[in-house]
Design a protein around this ligand. Structure first.
Ligand code: PEP
Length: 251
């Protein structure tokens, strides 16, 4: 059986307390529909986790972090640990987003250490992988993604606490998306890697697609083989847009 889909929103460095109104709105939209056939997650900036968690209370909306430090606590000014996100009621933490790999020089080894910290805190890690445009043009997509998957999953990763997000770097925030055949190729390749690592249980790991997912293209992208949901940036900021993407799973 394919995994239950997940539609995850990454607010990035956007949002103030007033944006909790969008969460309240999403909650109303979800309440009007009843039980959903997918999980819904919002990952706001760390400053808003408590606010969003409070706004989401009484709904099925899950709340997560966008990054964490590999250590539990200590002298790491400005960083936030996985245990701290767990303490706020988070269920997931994104690690290895391409913006962190690019802006902060994060290597796959560091991403694996962060994912291990997420697991140690009892949370699920959403591990991001994806090629740059130059890497795709050079025919390196599967090589790059294969290396990122192999090196970013920590030794203790389990199908139940690990989600992969395939996000072509050139599709993030650009309005451009790969073709459905290109998405199918990479997701199938990741699925094979997960089967090699976890055996039959590799089929239980969610593989999200991320990169310019919008209400208009969500249904087609979510229908691609081995796509088990979406990681959504810009279109997760407005409840109506995010709900439109969740709509891909509402028939
Ligand atoms: C992201 O940052 O994870 C993302 C997919 O962004 P966008 O949806 O805006 O392309």
């Amino acid at each position: 059986m394919p995994p239950r889909p997940l539609v995850a929103g990454n607010w990035k460095m956007n949002g103030l307390r007033a944006n909790a109104a969008e969460v309240e709105k999403l909650k109303r939209l979800m309440a009007g529909h009843g039980a959903l056939p997918c999980d819904v997650l919002i990952c706001p900036p760390a400053t808003l986790v408590s606010t969003v968690a409070a706004a989401a209370q009484g709904s099925a909306i899950l709340v997560g972090g966008q990054d964490c430090h590999p250590k539990v606590s200590g002298a790491h000014t400005g960083d936030v640990s996985a245990a701290m996100f767990a303490d706020l009621g988070c269920s997931h933490i994104i690690v290895g987003h391409s913006e962190r790999r690019a802006d902060h020089g994060e290597t796959s080894a560091l991403v694996a250490a962060k994912a291990a910290a997420v697991h140690a805190a009892g949370l699920a890690a959403i591990i991001c992988v994806g090629e740059t445009e130059a890497e795709r043009d050079a025919g390196q997509t599967l090589k790059v993604v294969g290396e990122q998957v192999a090196q970013s999953l920590p030794a203790g990763a389990l199908p139940g606490n690990t989600t992969i997000a395939y996000e072509p770097v050139w599709a993030i925030g650009t309005g451009r998306t790969p073709t459905e055949a290109e998405v199918a190729e990479v997701h199938g390749f990741i699925r094979d890697a997960l089967h090699k690592r976890f055996g039959a249980a590799g089929g239980e790991v969610r593989i999200l697609y991320g990169g310019s997912v919008k209400p208009a293209n969500a249904k087609a992208l979510m229908a691609v083989n081995n796509v088990d949901g979406a990681l959504v940036g810009g279109a997760s900021l407005k409840a109506d847009d995010f709900w439109g993407i969740i709509g891909a799973y509402l028939g």
